[in-house]
Design a protein around this ligand. Sequence first.
Ligand SMILES: Cc1ncc(COP(=O)(O)O)c(C=O)c1O
Length: 400
Amino acid sequence: MFFAHQLQGFGGQRRLPTLHLLILDTLTMKNQNAETQALHFRIDNAKTHPVATPIYQNSAFTADSPYFYTRKSNPNSVEFEGALALLEECKQVVSTTTGMSAIMLVLQQLRPGDHLVINQYIYGCSYKLFQRYAEQMNLTLSILDLSTRAGREEIPDNVSMVLFETPTNPFLKTIPIQEVADITAQKNPQALVVVDNTWATPLFQKPLQCGAHLSLASATKYISGHSDVMGGFIATNDAQLADNLLQSRFYSGAILDPNSAWLLRRSLHTFPIRMREHVRITEDLYQFLKTRDEVKKIYLPETSTKQLQHYGGILFFDFSEAYQQHYVLFRDALSLFDTGTGMACVSSMVAQPWSGSHASLCDSEKRDMGINTGLVRLCFGLENADDLRADLERAFLALH
Ligand SMILES: Cc1ncc(COP(=O)(O)O)c(C=O)c1O
């Protein structure tokens, strides 16, 4: 009763000791050794009523729990998935460790001999994964330019899956999801259409409503928003597909860990506000970039369409001829833009796709994609737009 006695004197607050005493009384009645009692001592979870869901940092659940084992599901991943499903307006979301593992789970739905079509403009690591996986699994891989009508019509009759980003990385080209879905269905009604929705996010683009079977994303980017956690997810309205993905995730162990799921779910609280601010800042700086002679062309997708309502955060530009080789000078003159692999978060980033996101491609592959050393990617964070504009202006002046 040593512990109980201490609690009774706890700052004169009666509610807390009473709860603890109840549990201690039950335990001491069992007449067990103190170490056994200490081992089995638990607070009564049902009585905690926290305002925010805690981190369920545990691998196992008792047999009467619907969660079973964290490799299958966990309250934190389920809550994150539920909140995402509301945003994506879909029936089921399957969360994963990273964006790449979301893509991998989707690829695992293919069988040897299947025909995978990807878009020519795509994130460098995804491109490499498709090449490697197609070779290992004996898939046929077709790389088409799905941003053109001619490219879309080249989708083959024996297609099994069409996978693309829209807007694309790089160049932010728009792929009309419904049109790809219609053409694919004409060629093979069983084929799956998969959209990597990382850059538009489920807030501004809902691929499942435009005919896609699966919408996936890296949650490491805008969903996290803070460069401190990795994650991915796949959304679908198809119960059978969801079940297959859940099984693939269970057997491959690709589920989000509880701590990451909790962080991502917390980030979702501010996600719409952050995204609206990214849009505002991007519009502001786009107007500024248009005035600069050092900039030849700016890449941004068309918005206010049925497919893409808004867009913000990341844009590309080409340096004008005289500045094609000036990226390093420009980057080093910036003080508010970090360099590195991260992006789509609260702090601004500058990158050169040639040496960054697409570095895993050989030079000829990069050139085929239209990437050269004068292409720059700017990711606007949530700094004040006036400060970002001043920083960019200083860096442009440093090139002269
Ligand atoms: C469009 C796109 N998809 C997928 C990924 C992979 O996401 P992750 O880094 O979370 O694995 C990235 C990463 O940059 C990306 O840009």
